[in-house]
Design a protein around this ligand. Structure first.
Ligand code: CP
Ligand code: NVA
Length: 324
């Protein structure tokens, strides 16, 4: 695959299928499309490491609107566009007229006259959908309250690199039924990974998301299960994943959540029941010694910084595939 012709074939196949498409939810894509994006991301990673130029988006521009904080999403998109020969603009929503009441629709129409793609990180998922409806350029979801597709494509890429395939894997997500669990469940279901989620009562994954994931799992021959017992989920797991107990926008619930989640910490006792070669994953940022102990996140099983790095490569694969 590292032969340039093979990379170009893969790029052309992806662009034939995805050019002009939005990247709003992982469920909008087929198993084959996600697999090709992962193969392409792995090739782009190799090219980057070997210093092989890949300026596929020469002169193209990405607008990045942030209504919430970010380290990884901001820096990986900005760096990715630069490496592809284009550039990215960081737009804090408070500094835009959006913050003064200009509508999403008008913002989408105006930005589409200047840039080749828009990435937005915001609260309600309907905001991203509205942006996509009115923009004439592709829109990328950089995280909403209910989904984080860029992170999940990256996580699938990381699992593929670490485990060599998606066959016969048990994935355990321990914690909040949030944007990460929603997208992970769907991503695993599409790729045929058995997915077990353990959350405290009242913080489970939304039933609509579970049933949609179950539908996709039927097609790929995998299992989706919502549980309350973290040990049942983690038993013999190949991957253990967790995320913060209070996501951005839910900070005022922190105290109540700390109580509700106290038995859901990923710690040395919990990971003992997983397979010896399990990998620990977290989208980051982590609240160390809250949802995960230092002992686990800093252990040899932890791949959290490979995940963080792969945001760069996976998003470059998406950008090259969708930006005209
Ligand atoms: N994982 C992730 O999206 O990180 P940031 O919030 O730093 O972008
Ligand atoms: N669930 C977290 C993910 C951060 C990348 C949040 O939304 O804050």
């Amino acid at each position: 695959m590292s032969h340039p012709t093979a990379v170009d074939e893969l790029k052309n196949k992806l662009r034939d299928k995805l050019l002009g498409r939005d990247f709003l939810a992982i469920s909008d894509f087929t198993e084959e499309e996600l697999m090709d994006l992962i193969y392409f991301a792995i090739e782009l990673k190799k090219m980057q490491k070997e210093g092989i130029p890949h300026r596929y988006l020469e002169g193209k521009t990405l607008a990045m609107i942030f209504e919430k904080s970010s380290t990884r999403t901001r820096v990986s998109f900005e760096t990715g566009m630069y490496q592809l020969g284009g550039m990215a603009q960081f737009l804090n929503s408070n500094d835009l007229q959006l913050g003064n009441g200009e509508t999403i629709a008008d913002t989408a129409r105006v930005l589409s006259r200047y840039v080749d793609a828009i990435m937005i990180r915001t609260f309600g998922h309907e905001i991203v959908e509205e942006m996509a409806e009115y923009a004439s350029v592709p829109v990328i979801n950089g995280l909403t309250d209910s989904a984080h597709p860029c992170q999940v494509l990256t996580d699938l890429m990381t699992i593929y690199e670490k485990k060599g395939s998606f066959d016969n894997l048990k994935f355990a997500y321990i914690g909040d039924g949030n944007n990460m669990s929603n997208s992970l469940l769907m991503g695993c279901a599409i790729m045929g990974i058995d997915c077990y989620v353990a959350s405290p009562k009242g913080y489970e994954v939304n039933e609509r998301v579970i049933s949609e994931a179950m539908e996709r799992a039927k097609a790929s021959g995998s299992i989706v299960k919502q549980l309350n017992d973290p040990f049942e989920a983690a038993k013999d797991a190949d991957i253990i994943y967790t995320d913060v107990w209070a996501s951005m926008g839910f900070e005022d619930e922190m105290e109540v959540r700390q109580k509700a989640f106290q038995n859901y910490q990923v710690n040395e006792e919990l990971v003992k029941v997983a397979k010896p070669d399990y990998v620990f994953m977290h989208c980051l940022p982590a609240r160390r010694n809250e949802e995960v102990t230092d002992g686990v996140i800093d252990s040899e099983n932890s791949v959290v910084f490979d995940q963080a790095e792969n945001r760069l490569h996976a998003q470059k694969a998406v950008l090259v595939s969708i930006v005209e």
